[in-house]
Design a protein around this ligand. Structure first.
Ligand code: TRP
Length: 455
């Protein structure tokens, strides 16, 4: 383990990932989440199948990977949480860092509510209780469940507890140890589900719906959706990659790490669709969208499938694992901030944030039911949290990182860090600089204005 230079106020050296693989698993764990499994397959089916996949790949490579490189570089150079990272380079920009700490905190509160639903559905598919529900009733059962006041809050609490329990032990003994188990498990389950789904009679029709390229559906809208999805899926613009980069050893090659993480994330998203659509079509269901696809259509599919309780439980276990490795990174951002900037010890930081997140998640959960009449700007509390984080804080966070690295810190200084003072080759230095300074900010502004319905 290399030890960084001592700085005023420092007492102990910062922890580092034990290996490059550990970092890739952790960062891919952050990236692979609910977005990959319930959103990517659906938007792909909707916006032109294989044609959309092509556009998505271009967006990941052209914007996603460069922005991830920028975030990781800022983190590794400063060896700090987002507030400390921005402040390390230019104290005037600390506010941008705060945005990157506030966003994960807010996301965590509602993301863990949804993650709680996936655990509940794992139990219900496994026990066979959902298999007794008629397909037409599945929607009522789902709405009945999430609008109730006790159980969803309880599962949200379980999710927060699991996350706190892992983060509290630190980067190596907590996060690294767990992602090394959870990520391989996620892969194995996913491959088993894909194999099951593709061997069902009538699987080809679903695969066709999912991947058959339809270039007529490739509107400008589809391109913006692809970029927004790439950003969300790669966990960009929210301080997660800055924080995880801050635990990365100086000798590691950042561009190659960023490419590995993006590849894993994209592969999981693609495979998720190959697990879902063939099964949906094979049993004669219509693909629903978003939460409906996962919590309403799929339980009915599993009910109709031989050994559906096993495959169903595995599917929801997959979702729970994907969500957990994301909530870990969300919590870690806020914990790193409290540890670095406020001198909390890790235990106190994890417990404090965990408690606050649990409390904030309660109204988010209840806003699906008894609090549904309480609205903020016309949205339920849950939708409001989702809207300000995904549509406002995420694009702003992305915009700030590109402007900061491209113009404020200075592209040459960043490149020096990426190439480890010129000792590592970075063949795409010129293209990367151009993208970070010009292409990415402009693209993000367009998506932002779109999401605010200004253009
Ligand atoms: N990438 C996650 C997903 O696909 C969600 C997410 C967005 C996220 N931003 C994040 C997770 C920041 C952790 C940290 O579902």
């Amino acid at each position: 383990m290399s030890i960084r230079k001592k700085q005023p106020g420092d007492t102990i050296a910062r922890e580092q990932w034990g290996s490059k693989l550990a970092f890739i698993l952790a960062a891919a764990g952050s990236a692979v989440g609910l977005g990959n499994i319930w959103k990517f397959p659906y938007v792909t089916g909707q916006y032109g199948g294989g044609a959309f996949v092509l556009v998505y790949l271009v967006m990941v490579l052209m914007i996603g990977v460069p922005v991830m490189i920028a975030e990781l570089t800022l983190g590794r150079t400063s060896e700090k949480n987002p507030v400390g990272a921005y402040g390390f380079i230019n104290p005037k920009w600390k506010l941008a860092g705060f945005l990157n700490v506030a966003a994960p905190f807010l996301i965590l509160s509602y993301y863990s509510v949804v993650a709680g639903w996936t655990i509940a559905y794992m139990v219900r598919t496994f026990s066979g209780s959902l298999a007794k529900v008629a397909p037409e009733q599945m929607a009522d059962v789902f709405v009945g469940f999430i609008s109730s006041s006790g159980e969803p809050v309880l599962w949200h609490g379980v999710m927060v507890l699991l996350t706190v329990g892992i983060v509290i032990s630190g980067v190596k003994a907590g996060i690294e140890r767990w992602v090394k188990v959870l990520m391989p498990a996620l892969f194995i389950i996913l491959l088993a589900l894909v194999a099951r789904s593709l061997t069902l009679d009538g699987a080809a029709e679903g695969l066709g719906f999912y991947l058959r390229p339809d270039f007529s559906k490739l509107s400008g809208e589809a391109i913006l959706v692809a970029l927004g999805q790439a950003f969300f899926s790669l966990s960009l613009g929210m301080g997660a990659m800055i924080t995880y980069g801050s635990y990365l050893a100086k000798k590691e090659n950042i561009p190659s790490a960023a490419i590995s993480v993006s590849l894993v994330d994209t592969l999981v998203a693609l495979l998720a669709g190959a697990a879902i659509f063939p099964a949906v079509f094979a049993f004669g269901f219509e693909p629903g969208q978003g939460a409906g696809l996962v919590f309403i259509t799929l339980p009915a599919v599993f009910a109709a499938m031989p050994f559906g309780n096993i495959f169903g439980a595995l599917f929801f276990l997959l979702l729970s694992i994907a969500a957990l490795t994301s909530t870990i990174s969300l919590l870690e951002v806020v914990v790193a901030y409290l540890v670095d900037e406020r001198k909390y010890d890790r235990k106190k930081a994890a417990l404090t944030v965990g408690t606050l997140v649990f409390i904030l998640g309660v109204p988010a959960s209840l806003s699906q039911g008894i609090l549904s009449d309480v609205t903020i700007f016309g949205k339920s509390f849950f939708d409001f949290l989702d809207y300000i984080t995904s549509n406002i804080m995420l694009p702003l966070g992305g915009l700030f990182i590109t402007i900061f690295v491209g113009w404020v810190w200075g592209i040459d200084k960043a490149l020096k860090q990426i190439t480890n003072e010129g000792t590592l080759a970075f063949a795409f230095a010129g293209i990367w600089s151009f993208i970070i300074r010009y292409v990415a900010p402009v693209a993000i502004i367009i998506v932002f204005l779109r999401s605010l319905e200004i253009i």
